[in-house]
Design a protein around this ligand. Structure first.
Ligand code: PLP
Length: 420
């Protein structure tokens, strides 16, 4: 669906109305290309399913924190889910408002709490008792009452990659389900905290609704217990995590997903509460591609390699999670395809972007790595002193450079050699 923003016209891949060949020539490679229409479409699927309900969308900034991307969402009226004061600064710089921000994360520093309190964020999603203590102390110093929600770990298995499942007992995230009720009593007793809601986030790239409903049912049980203790819960934050199609996955449609959760909440008699969704990957993932140029084709005894100018520093997901990204020639040739491992120039065997891909290409050809809108640029690094790629946003026939390619000078601008 959102892939339609990236389609072939006369044998050449386009981003909306602009040829990927033109983009690569104009801005160089590797190049991240985002589609404003695809971002908008993916966000609106949530917003439209929420319309008419007391439900709102808080886009998870960590999936793609480019200012222009955040600005597209801010203009559509999105709230944001942040995990650092750096992300707070980005949201504000992108036109978002503090009153629409929820602040997640297991390790908020005192300085981050102060900044978020000063800015006036909507809610702190607190993940532990020591964090409650710290937040209470900081709020007291600031002469404020901190709005809080407790992130509860519902202990459900989202059946995703172990590195991106977060709602199991063994994970570092959230307050254990069995301890949550007493944690709420403790939270309510703090002078400088005010309980607003409850939240959970069970993982990422989840392709079934069932684990969400399991988590939701446990959360609603808990809400009933907490309220019987005299503590009001105004909102239920169900987190993010909805998966996307990288290859064969068939995640639920966003509208179906949202409506199913809202219906369950209403059916259980909680329809008067506000509901927050925190999507990241599902609103940005398929709204971006990474363009890369083939440097060399290297035939081998066991494998053929297509060595490209993008690498694990640009797109870490294959190296980190053995993640699959579809890879297509930007202008496929008519020749018989050869099977290649698509690899980067970084000095690590883990530096691969795709394995066993049939491609009809020659050196100098462009490849498009799909689904590169989420956890792609945001996770990129300067390993091997490689400047990070440029990012552009296509909007119809127009192209905006939304992050300039880094220069090598910038990479060591903050470094110095020892004194004489
Ligand atoms: C990462 C994260 C999200 C977004 O997850 P996606 O899988 O990208 O939708 C939402 N909420 C919290 C608390 C997160 O840590």
């Amino acid at each position: 669906m959102s892939h339609s923003a990236f389609a072939y016209v006369d044998g050449v891949l386009h981003a909306e109305g602009v040829s990927a060949v033109t983009l690569a020539e104009r801005f160089g490679t590797p190049l991240f290309v985002y589609s404003r229409a695809a971002l908008t479409h993916a966000y609106q699927a949530y917003a439209q399913a929420c319309a008419g309900h007391r439900a709102s969308v808080h886009v998870a900034v960590k999936a793609n924190s480019n200012l222009a991307v955040l600005n597209v969402f801010a203009r559509l009226g999105a709230g944001f889910d942040i995990v650092s004061s750096g992300e707070l600064a980005r949201v504000l710089a992108a036109g978002g408002q503090a009153k629409d921000i929820v602040f997640s994360g297991v390790g908020k520093s005192a300085a981050e709490m102060r900044e978020a309190l000063d800015a006036g964020v909507k809610c702190f999603n607190v993940e532990s008792i020591p964090e409650l203590d710290r937040l209470n102390a900081i709020a007291g110093e600031c002469g404020k009452k901190a709005p809080i929600s407790l992130r509860v770990n519902p202990d459900v298995d989202p059946k995703t990659h172990p590195y991106i499942s977060t709602g199991l007992k063994a994970n570092k995230f959230g307050i254990a389900f069995d301890e949550a009720r007493s944690a709420y009593r403790a939270a309510a007793a703090f002078e400088h905290l005010e309980v607003f809601g409850i939240d959970c986030h069970i993982g990422s790239q989840i392709t079934e609704i069932a684990p969400y409903l399991d988590a939701l049912d446990k959360l609603l049980d808990l809400v009933e217990q907490i309220e019987s203790d005299g503590i009001a819960i105004r909102h239920i934050d169900v987190g993010g995590g909805l998966g996307i199609t990288y290859s064969e996955e068939t995640p639920p449609d966003t509208g179906v997903f949202v409506r199913t959760l809202l219906e369950r909440i209403a059916a259980r008699g909680h329809g008067h509460r506000e509901v927050y969704f925190e999507p990241g990957r599902s609103v940005t993932g398929n709204a971006g591609i990474l363009l890369t140029r083939i440097e060399f084709l290297k035939p081998g005894a066991e494998k053929n390699f297509a060595i490209v100018d993008a690498a694990m520093n640009d797109l870490a997901r294959p190296a980190m999670y053995q993640a699959y990204h579809a890879i297509d020639a930007v202008a496929p040739r008519q020749d018989t395809p050869t099977v290649y491992d698509v690899v980067g120039p970084v000095c690590e065997s883990g530096d691969w972007l795709g394995r066993d891909r049939a491609l009809a290409v020659k050196p100098g050809d462009l490849l498009a790595i799909r689904s590169a809108g989420a956890y792609a640029f945001a996770m990129s690094s300067n390993y091997n002193t490689r400047p990070r790629a440029a990012e552009v946003m296509v909007d119809g026939d127009r192209v905006h450079l939304v992050r300039a390619r880094e220069t090598v000078r910038e990479l060591f601008a903050g470094e110095s050699i020892l004194p004489a």
